[in-house]
Ligand binder design. Structure first.
Ligand SMILES: [Cu+2]
Length: 168
């Protein structure tokens, strides 16, 4: 009996560990407003987005990239410029609102248009709240453009990537 119980508890632990590792719910964060591409996909506003519809918070890659999908192959659709990404109308400044499903200690938040960094916010390693907002001035840019927002984690080598399509 004891041997059976030991086997059973080992099996339960193994199954539990597998579920934990496989779970995409171990989550991180995304920009909900103005809607990022991953959020647009999760809302079903653009078709054929792939896995991202289930986990808009999971676009995690090494720091220093400049891509919408953070180098994650299964999220490559986020960098597909031929998709009909809806652009949000904005004025001379815009407030980016993040939903954080895991509140990782943060070094910086960066905002890029092309290769130009238009804003950076330094959290100095602090743990953010469950929601974070940044007001960013867009300068004199007009027309349609894409902002790449990057959440740099303080205690890992990784960052989270979001592209937001805007129209002014
Ligand atoms: Cu995370």
């Amino acid at each position: 009996m004891r041997r059976v119980m030991t086997f059973l508890s080992t099996a339960v632990i193994a199954i539990g560990a597998t579920l934990f590792i496989a779970s995409p719910a171990q989550a991180h964060g995304y920009i909900n407003s103005p809607a990022s591409r991953q959020y647009v996909c999760a809302q079903g506003r653009v078709a054929n987005c792939g896995d991202i519809i289930y986990e808009p918070q999971s676009v995690e890659g090494p720091k220093g990239l400049r891509s919408c999908h953070g180098g994650v192959g299964r999220f490559a659709q986020l960098s597909d410029e031929s998709k009909p990404w809806p652009a949000t109308r904005v004025g001379s400044s815009v407030t980016f609102n993040w939903t954080l499903t895991a509140r990782h200690a943060t070094s910086t938040w960066e905002y890029y248009i092309g290769s130009t960094r238009i804003a950076v916010f330094n959290d100095g390693g602090r743990q953010p709240g469950a929601t974070v907002s940044h007001n960013v001035n867009l300068g004199s840019r007009t027309g349609r453009f894409k902002v790449l927002a990057i959440w740099n984690i303080a205690d890992t080598a990784n960052a989270f990537y979001n592209c937001v399509d805007l129209q002014r």
